[in-house]
Design a protein around this ligand. Structure first.
Ligand code: ZN
Length: 258
């Protein structure tokens, strides 16, 4: 099932996406919140008539660095032996179609296409064999990064945590084997990144085990799983799109921060 979050007439709701043709999709409005048991209301609205929002409002976004060997090498970094994590704040999250605001303190902002794991239930110290039980689904993410600031500053809070640096969407796909999916990114229609999730150094299971060893994960929390090779600059006016097989396409435009 594909679950989107959207606003209509000033209200926020979740809905299940129905239909096959891209321009004829409808949202079957969900009663309650999708993490608990929920029912479909049967009330349907065309996707084209609503504004899609970030599919979840995470309490935290945990992102893993250098999880694809070729990407680690393209930036001259060693491939890490163990997964390593950093945070992106909740205020960095934007939805499909929202604007990435180019920050004033950077002159080199990069795109990073990533598979995002959405957590479905409160959990800690998750054993490997239970990881699938705590995952709600998957969505597309762009780990937008001020690369010059990342190189200059030891902690990445500013480089990877500025407002609008975490586009998520367009919806959460809940029925998906995410172990071997094509992940690609285009800028203004030109392909920049292409990889497969099977190329991750540390698997989705490894990452959930690793972070849940340290902290409680809450429903709606998001884990970014690293980016394949091909990262590069974004400029004001660019349209950047992340497409993951079996999920969909997340598109955002880059604007100057007003
Ligand atoms: Zn990243």
């Amino acid at each position: 099932m594909r679950i989107a979050r959207f606003s209509i007439d000033g209200n926020v709701a979740f809905g299940a996406i129905e239909g096959d043709k891209q321009d004829e999709l409808v949202l079957n409005i969900i009663k309650g919140i999708p993490f608990a048991d929920f029912e479909l209301s049967g009330t349907k609205v065309p996707v084209g008539k609503v504004r899609l929002l970030p599919p979840v409002l995470p309490n935290k976004v945990v992102a893993f660095g250098r999880n694809y060997a070729e990407h680690a090498r393209e930036l001259g970094n060693e491939v890490p032996d163990a997964p390593f994590a950093f945070f992106k704040p909740s205020t960095s999250v934007i939805g499909p179609g929202d604007e990435i605001q180019y920050p004033s303190f950077s002159e080199e902002v990069h795109h990073e296409a990533e598979l995002a794991v959405v957590i479905g239930r409160m959990c800690r110290e998750v054993p490997r064999e239970r990881v699938k039980d705590v995952i709600f689904g998957y969505t597309c993410a762009n780990d937008v990064t001020a690369r010059d600031v990342q190189k200059r500053e030891k902690q990445w809070a500013r480089a990877k945590g500025f407002d609008s640096s975490c586009p998520l969407g367009p919806w959460v796909e809940t029925d998906l084997d995410a172990s071997d999916l094509t992940i690609q990114l285009t800028v203004n229609g030109q392909q920049r990144q292409l990889g497969r999730t099977s190329e991750m150094i540390h698997s989705i299971e490894d990452l959930v085990v690793n972070i849940s060893e340290a902290m409680t994960l809450l429903p709606g929390d998001v884990i970014l799983t690293g980016t394949p090779a091909g990262v590069g600059p974004l400029n004001v006016g660019d349209e950047v799109a992340v497409t993951i097989e079996g999920i969909g396409t997340l598109t955002n435009k880059v604007v100057k921060r007003g």
